[in-house]
Write a protein that binds this ligand. Structure first.
Ligand SMILES: NC(=O)c1ccc[n+]([C@@H]2O[C@H](COP(=O)([O-])OP(=O)(O)OC[C@H]3O[C@@H](n4cnc5c(N)ncnc54)[C@H](OP(=O)(O)O)[C@@H]3O)[C@@H](O)[C@H]2O)c1
Length: 255
């Protein structure tokens, strides 16, 4: 559904959310494969540590919720590289929330980071990609965005919005020569999941998640989801009538 990538040499990739977890591991894998990678996040010291080992890495610190900071990082990258081929938006966060622990401030912050953050990135990269007529955008959503799940009262909606955003972007951008990757991980062992007090089926390590993402991009997939034994079950569940879906989720999670 997107052009296959057979050679990463000299592709200019911007990874936003590259200081830890899935983004850091994906950035390192892309560097190993020969890409030029711009590393963005707030913790610049962690980005610099990666860049110190890779001559093709470029550090561009930013806070994704601050449009001016995203614009400045983008301007820095363009000044160094004169363009971009792939933009991978990974940054995000999870706060457990249920109806009886609803917190408006936390809810707003989570939407600001998980949804408005990617929009701040689109705002700076879309004009350049559209003008050049090639390149691609990948957005990390989550299997939690497929349909409602317990403890994901705001995280789930923020990721569901990204799924719809990717689908709609694909319709708009693919005819203009630009690829879109919708990336839906299941549980991955990172700081984001470290505090979870519930069983995480099919929990993956970050290098495996990074390999899934990069392989999916190389194949030209639109929908990159993993691990399949969890993501495919959730994809089937969302097709069921709600009565059955809610019953299975209650039974399966005990929540
Ligand atoms: N782990 C999972 O099971 C899982 C499953 C599905 C989807 N995901 C998604 O995968 C993405 C990465 O999560 P992860 O599990 O790898 O967690 P992580 O290790 O906590 O990584 C989060 C990344 O986002 C960056 N970030 C957070 N706030 C930011 C901000 N305001 N500005 C710029 N960057 C910011 C962090 O960098 P700084 O703190 O340095 O800014 C870090 O690089 C998230 O979107 C998450 O929703 C994760």
């Amino acid at each position: 559904m997107n052009p296959a990538i057979t050679n990463w040499d000299h592709l200019r990739v911007w990874v936003i959310g590259a200081s830890s977890g899935i983004g850091a591991e994906t950035a390192k894998l892309l560097l190993e494969k020969g890409a030029r990678v711009a590393l963005s996040a707030r913790r610049v010291d962690l980005l610099q540590a990666v860049a110190n080992c890779h001559p093709r890495a470029l550090v561009a610190g930013l806070d994704i919720v601050d449009p001016a900071s995203v614009q400045a990082a983008h301007a820095h990258i363009l000044k160094e590289w004169q363009g971009l081929d792939i933009v991978l938006i990974v940054a995000g966060s999870y706060n457990e929330m249920r109806a009886d622990s609803f917190d408006l401030a936390i809810a707003r912050n989570m939407l600001e980071l998980n949804l408005h953050g990617p929009l701040n990135c689109l705002d700076v990269v879309l004009p350049g990609l559209l003008a050049q007529g090639h390149g691609s955008i990948g957005i990390v959503s989550s299997v939690a965005g497929y349909s409602g799940l317990p403890k994901a009262l705001i995280y789930g909606p923020s990721k569901a919005a990204l799924i719809n955003l990717c689908e709609t972007l694909y319709l708009d951008l693919r005819p203009r020569g630009i690829g879109v990757y919708m990336i839906n991980p299941g549980f991955v062992d990172t700081a984001l999941t470290a505090g979870n007090d519930f069983p995480m089926p099919a929990l993956m390590k970050t290098p495996d998640a990074a390999r899934e993402i990069v392989r999916g991009m190389e194949r030209g997939d639109f929908h990159i989801h993993f691990p399949k034994r969890l993501s495919n079950v959730l994809r089937i569940l969302r097709l069921l009538p709600y009565r059955l879906y809610f019953w299975i989720i209650h039974k399966g999670t005990g929540l």
